[in-house]
Design a protein around this ligand. Structure first.
Ligand SMILES: CC/C=C\CC(=O)SCCNC(=O)CCNC(=O)[C@H](O)C(C)(C)COP(=O)(O)OP(=O)(O)OC[C@H]1O[C@@H](n2cnc3c(N)ncnc32)[C@H](O)[C@@H]1OP(=O)(O)O
Length: 719
C-alpha cells in the first residue's frame, strides 16, 4: 500500500498506492512507517520523497475507517517520525493533498506542488478538525488569520495560492516527482531544524483576542448549530497560545468530542450520499453503469424568465454553446442583458473570461433545429408546455433530448404528447438556477435510460448535485414539503405564531423557517396551486367543516392572506411585515397576530401553548413520513437520494444528514410512535398516518440506514 524505491542512487521514493485517492488506510499508514524506516536506516539514502500514485498525492484519512474501530499505526506518530527524521523528506504533491494528506505533507520538511494541484484541510466539512497536527502546524507555517480561514471553511486552495501563503516551497508545471527528487538531492545534508514546523512559534499577531472573538462570532453565525467550525477555532487558538505539545493535547480533546458526535456521522454520511446518488438506478433495472449518455455539444433553452436565464448561464458556464429562445422581442432583449451580466459577474468571481459568445439569442424556435438537447423553461402551465413540446418535436433533429424544467407538472403527460416519449425527461432546477446546487432529473415510465444518463451527466457538468427521481406530483422535494407546510399552518390554527414556528426550525438549523421562506418565495405561488386543485373556497364560512376540504383537514390561512394582497416580501406584507415591498428584513406584525386571534375565534379554535418540540415533531416527522411513502413507491431509489435533495436544495442542515438520516438517528420506532400519537389527535390529517414502510421497517427491527435498501427489497418481495 506504500511502495518503496531508490532512485538517483541516493533518494528513497515512497509512493502511496490506494486507489482512487490514496486515502491513508491502516495498510497505507503501515506501508509509510515501514518505508520511512527503510529509507532512514539505509546509509546510501540521503533524502526521501513521498508521492502518490496515479497523479494524486493523498485524499486524506480513509473516511470509511471512521465508522469502525480504527486499528493500525496511528497517523500522528507516523507524521511525527517523518518530521523528526534526520534526512530531508520532500512531499511531491500532484492532484490533491487534502486533510490527513496535507497534514502528512506538513510533517515533511519541504513541499513541491504541481501547478494543477489543490490543497486543503476540509475536515470541518466532515464534522471534524485537522487532528493529525494540522490545526497546530498550519498556523505556525502561514500565520493565524490564514490558517483560521482555511481550517474553518475547509476550502481547497490552488498550488499558486498555496505558494503565496507559504504552504508549499515550489510549484512546477513539469513532472512533480522528478522535480521533488531533484530538489531532494539539492537539500541533502542541510540542517533540518528550521524545517520542522512543529518547533516554530506561531507568527506574532497583534490583537489576538479580538481576532479570535471576531472569527468565533462569524463562525457561530454561519455554522447554524454545527459544532466542528467552533472546535476548529478553538484548536487554532490553542496553536496560537500554547506550546506545541499542549496544543496537540487540546487538538486531541476537541477531536474526541467531535469524532463521537452525531454531527460527524451525519456529515460523513452526506459525503458518501452525494457520491452514491451518481450511481442512479431506475425501477426498470436501468442503471448508471449500463446506460451510456449521449454527447451534448449544443443546447437550447426555451423561455427566458427567471428560471430560463439561470439555466442558460449554468449551461454556458460549462462551455456549451447555447441557443436562448424567447418569442417576445422586449423580453429577449431584457434577458440578454441580464444573462450577460450574470455571466460577467460569475466569470469575474472565478477569474476566467465570460462565456458571452457561447450564447446565441433568438426569437424563433426554428433556431434550435440542430441542438442535441433542449431545456424548456416556459411558464408552469401544462397546455403551454405541451404546445412548446409539440413545436420542438417538429423542429428538432431526430434524437434531440427534450427536457422540461418543471417543479410539479406531469412529465409523463408531456412526454405522451410527443412522438418520441423516450427522449423526454424532467430537469427540475431550483432558483436561481445558476447558483443552486440541486437538480432533480425526473424520469417517466417511458424515458429511456440514455435520456436519464444524459441529463444526469449534464447536471454533473454544471456542478449540480443531480438526483434521478420518478415522476409523481411534486417529485421528491416538493412532495415532502407539502405536509411540512400544512403542519405549520395547522400549528398556527392551534395557537402557534409564525415567529415561534420559524424559531424552532431555525434553531434546528434551517436557514429560514417555513414562514420566512414562504414570504421570500411568495405566498401567491402556493395559492395558485391550491386554486388549481380546487381547494380554495371564497367566503367566510366558519367552524370545523369549513376547514375540511376534499375529505381532509385544510387550513385556508394562506389563502386568506393572499386575499388581503399579502404575498410576502414582494408586497411588503405576508406572514411578517417589511419596511417596503422587496425589503428582506422580516419584522413581527401585530396585524397578523390579531388576524390569527380573529380567525381562531371565528372557527371556534382555542389557542393552546405549543412548544418547539411539537413544532419539530409535527413538521419534520410529517415530511419524513412522506419520504417513507416515496421510498415505498420507488420514486426515490434510496434514502441517500432524498437526503441529498433536502440538504442541497431545501436548506436541511447538513450536520443533521438529511431527513431520512435524521429519522434513523432519532430512531424509527420513536418517529413511528410520535406519528401515531399525533395521528390519534388529528385523525383528519392523512399525512400523519404512518407510512406502511415505516411500520414494516420498525417491525423488522429498525435496520440501520445503509441496510434500508436491502430491507425495502425484501419487504417488497414479501408483498
Ligand atoms: C486523525 C484524522 C486525520 C485526518 C482527517 C482526514 O483526513 S478526513 C478526510 C479529509 N479528506 C477529505 O475530506 C477529502 C475527501 N475527498 C474529496 O474531496 C474528493 O474525493 C477528492 C479527493 C477531491 C477527489 O475527487 P473526485 O471528484 O476525483 O472523486 P470522488 O470524490 O468521486 O471520490 C472518488 C472515490 O473515492 C472515495 N474517497 C474520496 N476521498 C476519500 C477518503 N478520504 N476516504 C475514503 N474514500 C474516499 C469517494 O467516496 C469515491 O468513492 P465512491 O465509492 O464513489 O464513494
Amino acid at each position: 500500500m506504500a511502495e518503496y524505491n531508490r532512485v538517483s542512487e541516493c533518494v528513497g521514493v515512497i509512493t502511496l498506492r490506494n486507489p482512487p485517492v490514496n486515502a491513508l488506510s491502516a495498510a497505507v499508514r503501515q506501508g509509510i512507517v515501514d518505508a520511512v524506516q527503510r529509507a532512514l536506516s539505509d546509509p546510501n539514502v540521503k533524502s526521501v520523497v513521498i508521492c502518490g500514485q496515479n497523479g494524486i498525492f493523498c485524499g486524506g484519512a480513509d473516511i470509511k475507517e471512521f465508522g469502525s474501530n480504527m486499528t493500525g499505526h496511528p497517523l500522528i506518530p507516523m507524521i511525527h517520525a517523518i518530521e523528526s527524521a534526520n534526512k530531508p523528506v520532500v512531499a511531491a504533491i500532484e492532484g490533491s493533498a487534502l486533510g490527513g494528506g496535507l497534514e502528512l505533507a506538513l510533517g515533511c520538511h519541504y513541499r513541491i506542488a504541481h501547478s494543477k494541484a489543490r490543497l486543503g484541510l476540509p475536515e470541518v466539512s466532515l464534522g471534524l478538525l485537522p487532528a493529525a497536527g494540522g490545526s497546530q502546524r498550519l498556523p505556525r507555517l502561514i500565520g493565524v488569520p490564514a490558517a483560521l480561514n482555511l481550517i474553518t471553511t475547509g476550502r481547497h486552495v490552488t498550488a499558486a495560492e498555496a505558494l503565496q501563503l507559504g504552504i508549499v516551497d515550489q510549484v512546477t508545471d513539469h513532472n512533480t516527482v522528478d522535480a521533488a527528487v531533484k530538489f531532494a538531492l539539492s537539500v541533502a545534508g542541510r540542517s533540518l531544524d528550521p524545517r520542522r514546523i512543529s518547533t516554530h512559534p506561531c507568527p506574532q499577531q497583534p490583537d489576538l483576542d479580538a481576532l479570535f472573538e471576531e472569527v468565533m462570532q462569524k463562525v457561530r453565525q454561519s455554522a447554524r448549530g454545527a459544532i466542528a467550525p467552533i472546535a476548529c477555532v478553538q484548536a487554532v487558538r490553542a496553536a496560537a497560545t500554547l506550546p506545541y505539545a499542549q496544543g496537540m493535547e487540546r487538538e486531541r480533546e476537541l477531536m474526541a468530542t467531535l469524532f463521537t458526535s452525531g454531527q460527524a456521522r451525519a456529515l460523513q454520511y452526506c459525503f458518501f450520499a452525494e457520491r452514491a446518488v451518481g450511481r442512479w438506478r431506475m425501477p426498470s433495472g436501468a442503471r448508471w453503469d449500463t446506460s451510456k449518455s449521449r454527447p451534448v455539444h449544443k443546447a437550447a433553452v426555451i423561455g427566458l424568465g427567471t428560471m430560463g436565464r439561470g439555466i442558460t448561464v449554468a449551461l454556458a458556464q460549462t462551455g456549451l454553446s447555447v441557443i436562448a429562445v424567447e418569442t417576445q422581442e422586449k423580453q429577449l432583449m431584457e434577458a440578454k442583458q441580464a444573462i450577460s451580466g450574470m455571466l460577467e459577474r460569475g466569470a469575474k468571481r472565478r477569474g476566467v473570461a465570460p462565456a458571452l459568445d457561447g450564447v446565441i439569442y433568438s426569437q424563433n424556435i426554428q433556431a434550435v433545429a440542430d441542438v442535441d438537447l433542449v431545456i424548456e423553461a416556459v411558464f408552469e402551465d401544462i397546455a403551454l408546455k405541451t404546445k412548446v413540446f409539440q413545436q420542438l418535436s417538429a423542429v428538432c433533429k431526430p434524437g434531440t433530448l427534450l427536457c422540461t424544467n418543471t417543479s410539479a407538472l406531469d412529465v409523463d403527460q408531456l412526454a405522451s404528447e410527443t412522438p418520441n416519449p423516450e427522449l423526454v425527461v424532467g430537469m427540475h432546477f431550483f432558483a436561481p438556477a445558476h447558483v443552486m446546487k440541486l437538480l432533480e432529473v425526473v424520469y417517466g415510465p417511458r424515458s429511456s435510460p440514455q435520456a436519464v444518463a444524459t441529463a444526469m451527466q449534464l447536471g454533473k457538468k454544471m456542478g449540480k448535485a443531480s438526483v434521478a427521481v420518478g415522476n409523481c406530483r411534486g417529485f421528491v422535494g416538493n412532495r415532502m414539503l407539502k405536509p411540512y407546510i400544512e403542519e405549520a399552518f395547522f400549528l398556527l390554527e392551534e395557537g402557534a405564531t409564525p415567529e415561534l414556528v420559524d424559531q424552532a426550525l431555525e434553531e434546528f438549523g434551517f436557514p429560514m423557517g417555513v414562514f420566512r421562506m414562504s414570504d421570500l418565495s411568495g405566498l401567491d405561488v402556493g395559492w395558485r396551486v391550491r386554486k388549481g386543485d380546487g381547494l380554495v373556497e371564497p367566503g367566510t364560512a366558519s367552524g370545523r367543516f369549513a376547514r375540511i376540504r376534499q375529505g381532509r383537514r385544510y387550513s385556508p390561512l394562506g389563502d386568506l392572506l393572499c386575499e388581503e394582497g399579502r404575498f410576502g416580501q414582494k408586497t411588503g406584507r405576508g406572514w411578517y411585515q417589511y419596511d417596503k415591498p422587496g425589503s428582506r428584513v422580516a419584522r413581527s406584525d401585530p396585524w397578523l397576530h390579531s388576524f390569527l386571534g380573529a380567525y381562531r375565534a371565528q372557527h371556534g379554535l382555542v389557542a393552546r401553548r405549543i412548544d418547539h418540540q411539537e413544532v419539530l415533531e409535527r413538521c419534520l416527522y410529517a415530511l419524513i413520513n412522506e419520504g417513507f411513502h416515496i421510498l415505498d413507491d420507488g420514486i426515490a431509489a434510496g434514502p441517500e437520494d432524498i437526503d441529498v435533495i433536502y440538504v442541497s436544495g431545501y436548506g436541511w442542515p447538513r450536520h443533521r444528514g438529511g431527513p431520512m438520516f435524521y429519522a434513523n438517528m432519532v430512531g424509527l420506532a420513536k418517529v413511528l410512535e410520535r406519528l401515531e400519537h399525533y395521528q390519534q389527535l388529528h385523525p383528519e390529517v392523512p399525512h400523519l398516518q404512518p407510512s406502511s414502510l415505516l411500520r414494516r421497517l420498525v417491525a423488522s427491527g429498525s435496520p440501520p440506514i445503509h441496510k434500508w435498501g436491502e430491507a425495502i427489497k425484501k419487504l417488497h418481495s414479501q408483498l
